[in-house]
Write a protein that binds this ligand. Structure first.
Ligand code: PMP
Length: 455
């Protein structure tokens, strides 16, 4: 018998009185740097649903910025965390090996290793820390200083990471001087092809641009690394053309440059493969030297990882470390999350694995959202892979319409769907990977109604 799909519950106007009281205290005492786009305060969650203290329950299509892979309070994750907390919560991985992190590293490298090529793992706490570690390792290993990053990228808020970041200027304004030796090249965005190119040719155009830099601007033999998001997250959920990463790999090989993939947002099964780069050809052609991982790895417990080829992870003993990095409780959450992503443990209604579910429900969402473009001409582009989908709002002349995106985002929120913007005029769809087709339909219907109310 078919049960009625669950719907958001809106008991009060948003914010309700309890939510409002917390928001007021928050405004008094928390850092002025925090953004507060929506009148929502989480109180408790269950799966893809989050409730506030006033009894309003929202459907979660942003997952704490692509973090809550297994949804909220997943029993398998909760159990793993509880079990580890009763054993020990901290010793310090920099000084003492811990089986839980050893086995986590063994598990992670299985997704990238190939015959004759071993990988190693450094554990940190956040995406930015994994990125910092990657930059330090690239410089240390190559003895070169220069790093090339991309425009529109986001790599975190620490000094090295904001320097690499190529999106909003507010991340950098007033914080300089930044890290020396960093350059940015355009990202091959097929919807807005850079360098006067076309959707098909923009990957090659960016590669040619880098080659030109090597001739007259940055000596290639001074470049330690190129860091790139294989699918760009904060910049607008952008999928590059298929020939970009293979071309980048070849270019890096030619000049002895480390290729770093920042998989912090798109990795860990979100796109339907463990890492988003794995969509681009047989893996030898696109295999990087290092991968940064965070966000979706542990369902919200703070842990990040830098994965690097064994031949590359050559920094000396004691040269890099972290007090909390690879914390055992977070590592337990990562194991439980991986159990579900890989399908070692099944989630009811999600088929063989969460990775597979992300591919299937994501393909359904993408095709339904694309179909909405005929009703809503301001949806200029709908793109993505798996549960990593971007909707770009455009003006009639095709230029980005950030104002309309903001109105749409608020209207969607007010109907009970948590969502988040990115890029100049994009709404990202990045729900927990346990999203069922039924809950996806509920979200789609909310979006349709909200967009209909806009004009
Ligand atoms: N890299 C990418 C691709 C990201 O999307 C983010 C976070 N949005 C980061 C790095 C930084 O991660 P964190 O906030 O955990 O430092």
């Amino acid at each position: 018998t078919a049960t009625k799909p669950r719907q958001p519950i809106l008991k009060t106007a948003l914010p309700g009185p309890k939510t409002k009281a917390i928001m007021d205290r928050d405004a008094q005492h928390l850092s002025t740097s925090y953004v507060r786009p929506y009148a929502f305060v989480p109180d408790h969650g269950e799966g893809v649903w989050l409730s506030d203290p006033d009894g309003n329950t929202m459907l979660d299509f942003f997952a704490g910025i692509a973090v809550s892979t297994t949804g909220h309070a997943h029993p398998h994750v909760v159990g793993a965390v509880q079990e580890q907390v009763t054993k020990f919560t901290h010793v310090c991985l920099s000084d003492y090996p811990q089986e839980i992190t050893t086995s986590l590293a063994e598990r992670l490298v299985k997704h990238v290793e190939r015959p004759g090529e071993k990988w190693r793992v450094f554990f940190g706490n956040s995406g930015a820390e994994a990125v910092e570690a990657a930059v330090k390792l690239a410089r240390n290993h190559t003895g070169r200083a220069h790093i090339i990053s991309t425009m529109g990228s986001f790599h975190g808020r620490t000094y090295g990471a904001i320097t690499l970041t190529g999106s909003k200027t507010k991340y950098k304004r007033g914080f300089g001087p930044l890290l020396p030796g960093v350059s940015h090249v355009p990202y091959p965005n097929p919807f807005r092809p850079p360098l006067g190119s076309t959707p098909e040719a923009c990957g090659q155009a960016v590669l040619n641009h880098i080659r030109e830099l090597f001739v007259g601007v940055i000596p290639a033999d001074e470049v330690a690394a190129i860091i790139v998001e294989p699918m760009q997250g904060e910049g607008g959920y952008i999928v590059p053309p298929a020939d970009f990463l293979p071309g980048l790999r070849a270019l890096c090989d030619e000049h002895g440059i480390m290729l770093i993939y920042d998989e912090v947002q798109a990795g860990m099964g979100r796109t339907g493969k463990m890492f988003s780069y794995q969509h681009f050809g047989i893996y030898g052609e696109v295999q990087p030297d290092m991968i940064t991982v965070a966000k979706g790895i542990a369902s919200g417990m703070p842990i990040s990882a830098l994965l690097a080829k064994e031949s590359v992870m050559t920094w000396p003993v004691g040269s890099h470390g972290s007090t909390y990095g690879g914390n055992p409780v977070a590592a337990a959450a990562a194991h439980a999350t991986l159990d579900l992503i890989e399908g070692v443990v099944k989630h009811p209604g999600c088929g063989e694995s969460l990775m597979r579910n992300a591919a299937d429900v994501g393909a359904y969402l993408l095709s339904e959202l694309k179909a909405m473009q005929s009703e809503f001409p301001f949806l200029g582009d709908v793109r993505g892979e798996g549960l990593f989908i971007g909707l770009e709002f455009v003006k009639p002349d095709g230029s980005p319409d950030g104002k309309l995106r903001d109105r749409a985002s608020t209207a969607i929120f007010e109907r009970g769907l948590l969502n988040l913007d990115c890029g100049e005029a994009v709404i990202r769809v990045s729900p927990p990977l346990i999203l069922t087709r039924e809950d996806a339909e509920t979200g789609l219907e909310i979006m349709r109604e909200a967009l209909r109310g806009l004009s």
